[in-house]
Design a protein around this ligand. Structure first.
Ligand code: C2E
Ligand code: MG
Ligand code: MG
Length: 626
């Protein structure tokens, strides 16, 4: 009866037996059952055959002359290529020990001869199925392994891609962070990073009160000139060069940052005392002052430095920077290449200026300004020649604020233009009124100070024309005082404006002469009618021969140029006598009178005073005409 087909493709069976009949019998039994049967007559032949073409199963006789079945089996099991081939022993021996041995040497099964065909076939089939199953498991395992390897490879690629992506992202983030914390021109830390470090220093100070640090605020002097004259590219290069120079001046642990423009800041960590900071400030100034060669230009620069010492008393880091900034401004006021150390007074002064500035904006509307009038006396006649109008600010809380304080503030903020216009109108109105009111006042002149900004206003002439028309004051009764330094910028335009003022017969006076550039040689270019010698020369002329000579030279020069001379700040009889002796026409000072309010000025006008300039002690007291 034909049996079922052997399991899968496993159908190669090797029969090993030294008895030819057995071989034939088995071949006859198995061949019709779709097995492909090969035969070997001895163990050694079997081994050769197996090596050449391994079968799927071996039916192995035990008792053979050249080599026992056990030996054959043991050999097969010792070789990796043949180890897995199932061996079914066929033997007439039926001892249990034989069976045990058969299994010990690696046999898969044991069939006793004479065998029952169906049993043998069943056992063969069973072994082949087992073998097939094992092979399938092996195949699946290999497949699985391959899959795993593939997946692992894939995962590894994904993983390395991810890693690359992460590192790129990290780099991008680092770059972003770097950019956010650094100045992209000089690559120095920027304000944000600097403030962070100051904050850390401050925190540390709070825990360790003996720890001190300093903040330096550095501003380049005249950087704007470099930028404007040589271009921004050179300006940028200069900033970079300065940055590198600053870095060289520092110790490890210090931070130099660029706040913007030409402003740099330095955090000096862990200093013993202020002298450490001073030493570094001096080092910086020295190194910045050595010239820089940029694109063929030799550039000289210098730095103003403000120093603030950090201590636990600071509540906020911004305050330290602010104080260093305030000190820097103070250093700038002292001249170029200076340093200043912050103290609390500077803060109050700055604060006061800030308040003043905002108050100043409202002062005009609130009519807090008024004029005082200081008499100007003719040394020739001893009579009143006119007044200088001097503005006063009656601050609602602070009382009188000195013009020395608020005039520069008004100039900085541009408020000087409306304020100056008010002064001009008020002074002209007043003088015209006095001229009408007092017979002796008909020829009095009013001197009004003009700020540089006013002189640059395009509608200055219109304004003055308007005021003169409004008040009916004659042009020659108005004397405008301008300081020397105003003449140095935009000279040609200024000369034109002055010329047109002269066309209106307005008098022009150079105020504080000698304190500015004091170049006598340019004076003839300006259509000036009066020179006002600064009080510093006048006050020293009696004691200092050199000053006396200066005053004499100025008077002589002025006369050569057909100008009158007014001496400012005359406080002693001696001065007035000397001035008169030198031919000085006019004089103004406490000796004659302090600036007077309107009522006092009117009292004086009523009394028609007369001064005698003589060398008797009491001569300078005004003798009042009746
Ligand atoms: P300035 O034009 O040189 O005015 C003269 C200053 O010297 C006045 O100071 C005056 O009070 C003072 N003075 C007069 N005689 C003597 C003296 O014998 N000894 C001493 N030590 N000082 C004397 P003041 O009023 O404080 O004005 C200061 C400056 O403020 C003025 O200097 C002027 O530059 C400016 N200023 C005043 N009013 C105005 C104004 O309406 N407009 C402008 N643009 N500036 C003004
Ligand atoms: Mg003046
Ligand atoms: Mg003056």
């Amino acid at each position: 009866m034909p049996s079922q087909s052997p399991s899968h493709e496993l159908n190669q069976i090797l029969v090993v037996d030294d008895t030819p009949e057995n071989l034939r019998l088995l071949s006859d039994v198995l061949t019709p059952r779709q097995y492909h049967v090969r035969c070997a007559k001895s163990g050694s032949l079997a081994l050769l055959g197996i090596k050449a073409a391994p079968p799927d199963l071996i039916l192995l006789d035990i008792d053979m002359p050249d080599m026992s079945g056990y030996e054959v089996c043991a050999k097969l099991k010792s070789q990796p290529e043949t180890r897995e081939i199932p061996v079914i022993f066929l033997s007439a021996l039926d001892d249990v020990l034989d069976k045990v041995k058969a299994f010990e040497v690696g046999g898969a099964d044991y069939v006793k001869k004479p065998f029952h065909v169906e049993e043998l076939v069943a056992r063969i089939k069973h072994q082949l199925n087992l073998r097939a199953a094992k092979l399938e498991i092996q195949r699946l395992n290999t497949l699985l392994e391959q899959r795993v390897q593939q997946r692992t490879a894939q995962l590894e690629t994904t993983n390395s891609n991810l890693k690359r992506e992460i590192s790129e992202r990290q780099k991008a983030e680092e770059k972003l962070l770097y950019d956010a914390l650094h100045d992209n021109l000089t690559q120095l830390p920027n304000r944000v990073l600097f403030m962070e470090r100051v904050e850390n220093a401050l925190r540390y100070t709070r825990r360790h009160p003996s720890y001190k640090f300093a903040v330096l605020f550095i501003d380049l002097d005249r950087f704007k000139i470099v930028n404007d004259s040589l271009g921004h590219a050179v300006g940028d290069q200069l900033l970079v060069a300065i940055a590198r120079q600053l870095e060289k001046c520092l110790r490890e642990g210090d931070t130099v940052a660029r706040l913007g423009g030409d402003e740099f800041t330095i955090l000096l960590a862990d200093i013993d005392d202020i002298s450490d900071a001073i030493q570094i400030a001096e080092r910086i100034q020295e190194s910045v002052e050595s010239h820089f060669c940029l694109e063929g230009h030799r550039i000289f620069t210098s730095a103003s430095i403000g120093i603030a010492v950090g201590s636990a008393q600071y509540a906020q880091m911004e305050d330290i920077l602010r104080d260093a900034d305030i000190a820097m401004y103070r250093a700038k006021e002292m001249g170029r290449s200076c340093y200043a150390i912050f103290d609390q007074n500077m803060y109050y002064q700055t604060l006061r200026l800030l308040h003043l500035e905002s108050d100043l904006r409202q002062a005009l509307e609130r009519e807090e300004f008024l004029l005082h009038y200081q008499p100007i006396i003719s040394l020739t006649t001893g009579k009143l020649s006119g007044f200088e109008a001097l503005v006063r600010w009656e601050h609602p809380e602070q009382g009188f604020v000195s013009p020395g304080e608020f005039i520069p503030l008004a100039e900085d903020t541009g408020l000087i233009v409306p304020l100056g216009e008010w002064v001009l109108r008020e002074a002209c109105t007043q003088m015209r009124q006095w001229q009408l009111q007092y017979p002796d006042a008909r020829n009095l002149k009013i001197s009004v100070n003009l700020a540089g900004k006013q002189l640059q206003e395009v509608d200055l002439l219109d304004t003055i024309d308007g005021i003169l028309a409004e008040t009916q004051l004659a042009g020659e009764m108005l004397r405008l005082e301008i300081t020397e330094s105003m003449l140095m910028e935009r000279t040609e335009e200024i000369i034109q404006v002055m010329q047109r003022l002269r066309d209106r017969r307005i008098q022009l006076s150079i105020d504080d002469f000698g304190t500015g550039y004091s170049s006598l040689s340019y004076l003839h270019r300006f259509p000036v009618t009066t020179l006002k010698i600064d009080r510093t020369f006048v006050s020293n002329m009696s004691s200092d021969p050199e000053n006396f000579e200066i005053v004499r030279t100025v008077i002589t020069l002025a006369h050569t140029l057909s100008m009158e001379v007014v001496a400012e700040g005359v406080e002693t009889t001696e001065q007035s006598i000397q001035l008169k002796g030198l031919g000085c026409e006019l004089s103004q000072g406490y000796l004659f009178s302090k600036p007077l309010d309107r009522r006092s000025a009117e009292t004086m006008l009523q009394k028609r005073p007369h001064w005698t300039v003589e060398s008797s002690d009491s001569s300078m007291l005004p003798a009042y005409s009746r």
